[in-house]
Ligand binder design. Structure first.
Ligand SMILES: *[C@@H]1O[C@H](CO)[C@@H](O)[C@H](O)[C@H]1NC(C)=O
Ligand SMILES: *[C@@H]1O[C@H](CO)[C@@H](O)[C@H](O)[C@H]1NC(C)=O
Ligand SMILES: *[C@@H]1O[C@H](CO)[C@@H](O)[C@H](O)[C@H]1NC(C)=O
Ligand SMILES: *[C@@H]1O[C@H](CO)[C@@H](O)[C@H](O)[C@H]1NC(C)=O
Length: 415
C-alpha cells in the first residue's frame, strides 16, 4: 500500500517537473508501529577495548593504539587495558569514526538499520514529513542516530507543496507569518530548517528572513536548490547550507566565491546525479532536460573544492521505489566517497569529510572523531571499505562484505 502511494507520488512529481530534477525526495516505506528500533535486550552498558589498531586521527592513522569504550562512549585512548574486559584484536585493522550522511531520507527503523549496516552512524533527515514519525526515530540506542529538518518550507502551488501534501498552514504564501512558522518548526523538535527554492517557492526576501529567524534559534537553514537559478537564490538569501549541485550548467566564479566568502556549505549529492545520468532512459524520466548532465555537476564540484568551499557528504537516499529508482540507504554513502576520491580528495580527506567535517558543518559537535568523551560510533576496517565489526553507541552492529566495485555499479542497483 505505502509503496504504491510512494510510487504515485513520484509519478506525479515527475509529470509536473519541467526542467532538471525539480524534486525527488520521496517518502520511504514506514514501519513505525514500534517505538523501539532495537530490541530492549541490547545494551550499551558494556565495557570493551580494541587493541593494537591503526586509529584515524583526522589526517592519518596512528599505529598500535588502544581504545577503551564504556557506556557507549570512548573513555580512554592509549594506556593499559583493565583486566577482564572484552578485548578485540585490531592488529592490522583500521579504526575510523562512524560515517555521517548529511542528506538522506530515512523514515523507519528498518531504514536506520540499513544505514547502520553500512557504518553510517548518523543520518541527517533532510525533510520531516511527519513529526510523529520523526520524533519516534530520534534517540534510538544501538542504531543510526537520527537528526531531522522540519517540514519543508515551500511555496503555494509549488511542486513540493503538492507532491508531499504539506499541511496548508505550513505552506508559504505572500502573507505568511514567517516568525510563527519558524517557531512552530522548532517547537516540533526539528534540529534544523529546510527551505525549498523552486518555481513558485518562497521569494528570496522570504528565504532570507527565514534564514535570519532560524539563526536566531541558534540553528541553521539548508536550502534545496537543484538548478543554477535556485542556487543563486540560496546564495542571495545567505542560507547556511545549499543542497545539491546544479546539473544544468556551471556556477560562475563570482557565485562560487560568494558561497565561499559567506561561509555557506554545499551538500553535493554527487551519487544521486551519477546514478540518474548513468542510464540515458532514466534522466528524462527523472525530469532532467537536455541542458543537464553529470559532467556539469563534476565541474561544479571541482571548482568549489578548488575555491575552498566547505563540502558536505550526502546521498539523498530514499530507498527503493520500484520501477522508478533504487537509492539504497548506507550503501550509496560509500559510492559518494568514491566520487570524492575521483574528484581528487585523498583517502584521509574523504574520511574526514564524512566524519568530523560532516559533523562540524551540521553543528554536531558531539561526534565525528575518535577522542575521549566521543560516542563509540566506530568502524573497524579490514581494508577500506570492508568492515569486520562496528559499534553504534557501543552496541555491536552487523558486518558487510560487499566490495567497492560491486556496490557502486549502477547495474547492480537496476539502473
Ligand atoms: C532546461 O531547463 C533550463 C531551466 O529551466 C532552461 O534554462 C534550459 O533552456 C532548458 N534546456 C533545454 C534544452 O530545454
Ligand atoms: C595523525 O597521524 C599522522 C600519520 O601518522 C601524523 O602525521 C599526524 O601528525 C597525526 N596528527 C595528530 C594531530 O596527531
Ligand atoms: C504520522 O505518523 C503517525 C505514526 O506513524 C501516524 O499514526 C499518522 O497517521 C501519520 N500522520 C499523517 C498525517 O500521515
Ligand atoms: C553538459 O551540458 C552542457 C550544457 O549545460 C554542455 O555545454 C556540455 O557540453 C555537456 N557536457 C557533456 C559531457 O555532455
Amino acid at each position: 500500500m505505502i509503496r504504491i502511494a510512494a510510487l504515485a507520488l513520484v509519478a506525479s512529481l515527475l509529470a509536473s517537473s519541467q526542467a532538471c530534477l525539480t524534486a525527488h525526495i520521496a517518502r520511504a516505506t514506514k514501519d513505525s508501529t514500534s517505538s523501539n528500533c532495537v530490541s530492549s535486550s541490547v545494551s550499551a552498558n558494556r565495557k570493551f577495548a580494541i587493541k593494537n589498531a591503526e586509529v584515524f586521527n583526522g589526517s592519518g592513522f596512528q599505529n598500535a593504539q588502544t581504545v577503551i569504550v564504556s557506556n557507549g562512549k570512548i573513555v580512554t585512548i592509549g594506556g593499559i587495558i583493565p583486566a577482564g574486559i572484552n578485548t578485540i584484536d585490531g592488529t592490522g585493522k583500521f579504526l575510523i569514526p562512524g560515517l555521517i550522511d548529511n542528506h538522506v531520507h530515512p523514515a523507519s527503523c528498518s531504514n536506520l538499520a540499513e544505514l547502520a549496516g553500512y557504518g553510517v552512524t548518523t543520518a541527517i533527515n533532510m525533510a520531516c514529513l511527519n513529526y510523529t514519525t520523526c520524533s519516534q526515530l530520534k534517540g534510538q540506542l544501538g542504531t543510526t542516530d537520527y537528526i531531522n529538518a522540519g517540514e519543508i518550507a515551500c511555496g503555494t502551488g509549488s511542486v513540493h507543496a503538492t507532491a508531499f501534501g504539506v499541511p496548508l498552514a505550513e505552506i508559504i504564501g505572500p502573507d505568511t507569518d514567517l516568525l510563527a512558522l519558524v517557531d512552530w518548526t522548532f517547537g516540533t523538535g526539528s534540529n534544523f530548517f529546510k527551505i525549498v527554492a523552486e518555481n513558485k517557492g518562497p521569494t528570496v526576501k522570504q528565504q532570507a528572513t527565514m534564514v535570519q529567524l532560524v539563526n536566531r534559534h541558534g540553528s541553521f537553514a539548508a536550502t534545496h536548490a537543484t538548478l543554477i537559478e535556485h542556487c543563486d537564490q540560496a546564495i542571495r538569501s545567505k542560507a547556511d547550507g545549499i543542497q545539491y549541485t546544479s546539473p544544468d550548467g556551471l556556477l560562475s566564479t563570482a557565485q562560487i566565491s560568494q558561497i565561499r566568502s559567506q561561509g555557506q556549505f554545499v551538500t553535493l549529492t554527487m551519487e544521486f546525479y551519477r546514478l540518474a545520468f548513468s542510464n540515458p532512459a532514466l534522466a528524462p524520466v527523472l525530469g532532467f532536460n537536455a541542458s543537464c548532465n553529470y559532467s556539469n555537476t563534476q565541474t561544479n564540484f571541482a571548482n568549489m573544492h578548488a575555491a575552498g568551499v566547505s563540502i558536505a557528504v550526502g546521498t539523498d537516499s530514499v530507498g527503493s521505489l520500484p520501477g522508478v529508482i533504487n537509492y539504497p540507504f548506507g550503501r550509496l554513502l560509500h559510492c559518494e566517497l568514491q566520487n570524492f576520491l575521483d574528484a581528487g580528495f585523498g583517502n584521509a580527506e574523504a574520511i574526514q569529510a564524512a566524519t568530523a567535517g560532516a559533523a562540524k558543518l551540521y553543528r554536531l559537535y558531539d561526534r565525528g572523531s575518535i577522542a575521549t568523551g566521543m560516542p563509540a560510533d566506530l568502524l573497524l576496517l579490514n581494508s577500506n571499505p570492508r568492515r569486520e565489526y562496528h559499534w553504534v553507541g557501543g552496541v555491536p552492529v552487523g558486518t558487510i562484505t560487499a566490495q567497492k566495485g560491486q556496490i557502486c555499479d549502477p547495474t547492480s542497483l537496476g539502473f
